[in-house]
Design a protein around this ligand. Structure first.
Ligand code: NAD
Length: 413
């Protein structure tokens, strides 16, 4: 049975607001997005017929500023997922010192089944339909599952064409030539690498010689696998939606990547064992990094997870029930709100550069990202140890406090 991500998010919100003893109206205002737009997008397909796609753009909370958040093109996208993701985005921005509220968007589509031309028409059609609620000072969509620098570039072009002026800051995750940031492609994974280093250091270990298993070999998973390997971590297994590859001696990540570039999937890679996605999560390893979809670590499989560190690349990969089991077994969890915030932070840097007509070098981007990642770690780790609470609850407390402060300053609550 598919676990409802929104129910999970609400349970997390209830836990945090109760722990913080907040007024009931804070839960009331935060439990739903402030605005929810559902659109129907007609797209002319290559065969001449028109197909109608359903899309969403939900803005969760605007107390801290205009909203930001990614756009998912996924065949199993649901409004409940978008609601959960928009709430998590509000908190992720608040936690990581980004002056924005949270939003999320998506289209129910499997982009791999579209031609490039159909995909471009869908991106443009999506922007035309959500146009009334987005913009550089309202809400700026970024990339997520199934979207890329190319889809973001088409979206920005459509947005600017509609507005009859340039407005690069209206869409993030664009190609560099159109105002995208250096380091954005790797940013989420680089943030995950920094997060892993902090966690490993806190346990007085070293990265070199550790082993890792990564679920998902898309934008986040692939770059993370490569960065881990550069740090001396042996990546034993990676997976995509079709297949999982395992080599107890460690995979040659660049070779795997080149194979995926040629064939479009991990399936059939000749130099490693093929296993199932479930089996992959339960492999013996030091670091497990789920970098695919939500709710993959549940009460059902948590007892069989053997990793010492769980680094949440995906948003919401661990259910509350699973988290309790893992914590009781001593697994050290780097929660999504902090661990995978690198992409959001660099998307914010992209906006700052766009608004200033500036362009930063990759070294500057990475150094600023590392500084924020480290500062937030120190704060949440201190709360986690002083109050003897989970790292996730520490993140939620810090983030909610900031949103509540802004809502109070505005007189909303
Ligand atoms: P992507 O589309 O580039 O890659 C997703 C990967 O997951 C692919 O390998 C795909 O085959 C695999 N996958 C999809 N459905 C699966 C399933 N049901 N089971 C197993 N594998 C599956 O997406 P991405 O940008 O790499 O995002 C991955 C995760 O990271 C998502 O949860 C996303 O919300 C989160 N995230 C992404 C960013 C970002 O900057 N892209 C930032 C923060 C968080």
């Amino acid at each position: 049975m598919k676990i409802n991500a929104f129910e999970v998010a609400l349970e997390q919100l209830i836990n945090a607001t109760e722990y913080m003893k907040l007024e009931p109206e804070i839960y009331e205002i935060m439990k739903e997005p402030m605005a929810q737009l559902t659109v129907r997008i007609p797209v002319r397909m290559d065969n001449g017929k028109v197909k109608i796609f359903t899309g969403f753009r939900f803005q969760h909370n605007t107390a801290l500023g205009p909203t930001r958040g990614g756009t998912r093109f996924h065949s199993e996208e649901t409004p409940e997922d978008v609601k959960a993701l928009s709430l998590w985005m509000t908190l992720k921005n608040a936690l990581n010192e980004i002056p924005n509220g949270g939003a999320k968007g998506g289209v129910i589509v499997d982009p791999r089944k579209l031609s490039q031309e159909e995909l471009e028409r869908l991106c443009r059609g999506y922007i035309r339909k959500i146009a009334p609620s987005i913009g550089a000072w309202k809400d700026f969509p970024g990339a997520d599952i199934g979207t890329s620098a190319q889809t973001q570039s088409w979206m920005m072009d459509e947005w600017e064409t509609m507005n009859m002026h340039h407005e690069a800051s209206g869409i993030s995750g664009k190609m560099i030539v159109l105002g995208g940031s250096e380091g954005r492609q790797e940013a989420t994974s680089r943030g995950l690498l920094f997060a892993t280093r902090e966690m490993v250091r806190a346990r007085e270990l070293e990265m070199k010689g550790l082993t890792a298993v990564i679920q998902g070999f898309g934008k986040v998973g692939w770059h993370l696998a490569k960065l881990y390997q550069q740090d001396g971590v042996r990546v034993l297994a990676v997976s995509d939606v079709y297949s999982a590859l395992y080599d107890p001696k460690g995979l040659d990540i660049l070779d795997v990547y080149e194979y995926v570039e040629r064939s479009g999937t991990l399936r059939g890679y000749p130099k490693a064992m093929e296993i199932g996605n479930q089996e992959l999560l339960e492999l013996e390893c030091d670091i497990l990094a789920p970098c695919a979809v939500q709710n993959v670590i549940t009460g059902e499989n948590a007892l069989r997870i053997k990793a010492k560190f769980l680094i949440e690349g995906a948003n919401g990969p661990t259910t509350p029930e699973a988290e309790e089991i893992l914590i009781n077994r001593g697994v050290f969890i780097a929660p999504d709100l902090w661990a995978n915030s690198g992409g959001t932070i660099v998307a914010h840097f992209e906006r700052v550069q766009n608004l200033h007509d500036d362009h930063w070098g990759e070294e500057k981007v990475n150094a600023k990202l590392e500084k924020i990642n480290h500062k937030v770690f120190k704060e949440i780790y201190a709360l986690h140890t002083e109050k003897n609470i989970s790292m996730r609850l520490a993140c939620w407390i810090k983030a909610i406090s900031k949103v509540v402060e802004a809502m109070k300053a505005r007189g909303w609550v």
